[in-house]
Design a binder for this molecule. Sequence first.
Ligand SMILES: *Cc1c(COP(=O)(O)O)cnc(C)c1O
Length: 391
Amino acid sequence: MKKRTLLMIPGPIEFEPSVLSALGQPTQSHIDPRFIEVFGRTLEKMRKVWGSPAGQPFIVPGTGTLAMEMPAANLVEPGDRVLAVSTGYFGDRYADILSRYTDRVKVLSAPPGETVTAGCIEEELKKSDYSLMTITHVDTSTGVRMDPRPLGRLGRRYGVLTVLDGVCSVAGEELKQDEWELDVVFTASQKAVGVPPGLALVVAGPRAVSRWKNRKSRVSNYYCDWNQWLPVMEAYEAGRPAYFATPAVNHVCALDVSLDTVLREGMAERFRRHRLVGRAFQAGIEALGLKQVPFDSQSRAFTLSAPYYPPGVTGDRLLPRVREAGVIFAGGLHPEIKARYFRVGHMGSTRLTDVMSSLGALETALEECGVSLIPGVSMAAARSIAVSEDS
Ligand SMILES: *Cc1c(COP(=O)(O)O)cnc(C)c1O
């Protein structure tokens, strides 16, 4: 019998069979009229998923880290003052990336599990002539979600471009790029948009594009330069091929299929389902007495959870037993608390039944590690959330 396991990590996630089948089709020429059509309509679908009718989408072979680098390379010039708001490992990574393009990077960081408040960010923006700030919507190392709404507004008020790392949020957490006045929002294919690793997906708003057009210096990063990519995106959308670097043909075809699934569900419903699944899983772990890295329940992401191990239990003992019970979780990532917590992704096509299976596997593994618990207690708590959300 085929051994089935449920992959519940914060990317790569489990992919829809229709997406994997699109990925496995014979590779077309990147200038085949059929592929040009697919590429063009996939760019248009990105605008809908991002909530950015006015945005310029980019589909580029690479990962989330490349998507982080792209706005830094195109929008930051030497000597620019930039602000990196950090709620974990990926916020810190952003500061490091920015520092390759200017030596005036200020990091505003929160202790693991906490947010940086809008008030604190505004204080900082008042102090200096910042040109750009980066925020991590959901930091995958802590499970902390920042509310980007007031930050887009702040950016506008202080003339600062707002760049949102949405790698662990786009197509999972509520997002309206244009309405919230966010200048760049990006993700990677393997997270909630649901395509195997390989694509960096970036949407740049009009203010970002105009800042880039008015640069004084040449973009120093060859591969990231929008001078290379913008004509390609514009051409494919206009039904013509163009070449800078070979498009990831099969991945683009798979993205076309995956974004269809996303849009067929509808963005409002998709956000509601992620909220339900996230709250249900978190109610389950709370019922087991596990503490969570995000301190305040309002700032807990719906796309992943970050529970601490209970006293006396280590990851080395727990995680292999969860896997033996059929479910795969991820270990900790934030360097300060890495060994003390684990991470569970619940984005993309995750449903309540996956939450129940995960909690069941977790209960079994905890019992095997000597933790005493009332069997089924976490599933009951998860169910009660589902019932209350449905009414
Ligand atoms: C996964 C992730 C990244 C990095 O993406 P890679 O594809 O691993 O390069 C960046 N930011 C956040 C918030 C992420 O979750």
